[in-house]
Design a protein around this ligand. Structure first.
Ligand code: 13P
Length: 341
């Protein structure tokens, strides 16, 4: 059991590779489709995921894909189940298992992620369906008087319970405590909250005997809030992010795979690149992007089968740029490649 999850975790952060987060819940994918005026039907969702998963050569930069419950049960147009299709390209199939962030009773403005009930049974089924890793996202918001330590602890407790259940089922857990970037807070404030969150999360993981080499951390970068008038540079973000993790994340964790959290595609790539330019660290720094890998592809697709090649090109390009950012070799020239191709 330990060997399998450790091997999985290491494969997820193989050199130049990262994750595609394609696990948008039914509500979230509807929002994405609304933006391109595509109806969110089961077939449209299947066709869109099919386009991403069958992109030729994407496996060079994509080590795994996080799926939603509906998607792990769907198939490619030729009838191959998605988990099987991905595995045939040496892309690990993963599954989102949390049931979403709900209002935390007694703590206005704060959330706790649900989904522990019946999780052991669900994990056994997902393993049968081919899932090698799982994801659970906790949400920590920054605003006046929040986050409270209680909210962080409640979320950390759930993350640890989830992570250990995954490991029992031979599934490598992605532990995702996301400090949101929606507010007007500055970089220092994000640093303080991220530091506090990670310290509490790793204390809970240790108490629950979670095998650190058999898990992946999926955090936010330490970054200025979207509404902060003074936006930090990529170098400032990289310096703050690396120093925050060096103080809180045990070296036994093999990989830190960032979420994009509302950064633009290019920002997310640039920041990851700057982080990887800061020299050798105990963990691999890679990506587990949703929006920052899919935005251009969605825009190019617009629900039209005739646009599939253009959408696949856009997705491949982002994957390639982020693959380079994993090694700190992303450049303006590489970014331009798609335009000049
Ligand atoms: P974003 O990269 O769009 O933030 O999504 C990643 C993710 O999986 C959040 O849970």
């Amino acid at each position: 059991m330990t060997t399998e999850i450790r091997t999985t975790a290491l494969s997820m952060v193989a050199p130049k590779r990262g994750l595609l987060a394609a696990d948008e819940s039914t509500g979230t994918i509807k929002k994405r489709f609304d933006a391109i005026s595509v109806e969110s039907t089961e077939e449209n969702r299947r066709a869109y995921r099919d386009l991403l998963f069958t992109t030729d050569g994407s496996e060079e930069f994509i080590s795994g894909v996080i799926l939603f419950d509906e998607t792990i049960r769907q198939s490619s147009v030729d009838g191959t189940p998605f988990p099987k299709l991905l595995a045939s390209k040496e892309i690990l199939p993963g599954i989102k298992v949390d049931k979403g962030a709900k209002d935390l009773a007694g703590f206005p403005g704060e959330k706790v992620t649900e989904g522990l009930d019946g999780l052991r049974e669900r994990l056994a089924e997902y393993y049968e369906l081919g899932a090698k890793f799982a994801k659970w996202r906790a949400v920590i918001d920054i605003a006046d008087g929040i986050p409270t330590d209680y909210c962080i602890r409640a979320n950390a407790h759930a993350l640890a319970r989830y992570a250990k259940l995954c490991q029992e089922a031979s599934i490598a857990p992605i532990v995702e405590p996301e400090v949101l970037m929606d507010g007007d807070h500055d970089l220092e404030h994000c640093y303080e909250v991220t530091h506090r969150t990670l310290a509490i999360v790793f204390a809970e993981l240790a108490e629950h005997r979670v095998d650190l080499p058999g898990m992946i951390l999926k955090p936010n970068m330490v970054i200025s809030g979207k509404k902060c008038p003074e936006q930090a540079t990529a170098e400032e973000i990289a310096e703050a992010t690396v120093s925050c993790f060096r103080e809180t994340v045990p070296a036994a964790v093999p990989g830190i795979m960032f979420l994009s959290g509302g950064q633009s595609e290019e920002e997310a790539t640039r920041n990851l690149n700057a982080i990887n330019q800061r020299g050798v660290q105990p963990w691999a720094f890679s990506f587990s992007y949703g929006r920052a890998l899919q935005q251009s592809a969605l825009q190019a697709w617009k629900g039209d089968a005739g646009n599939v090649p253009a959408a696949q090109k856009a997705y491949f390009h982002r994957a390639k740029c982020n693959g380079a950012a994993c090694e700190g070799t992303y450049s303006a020239e590489l970014e331009q490649e798609l335009v000049t191709a």
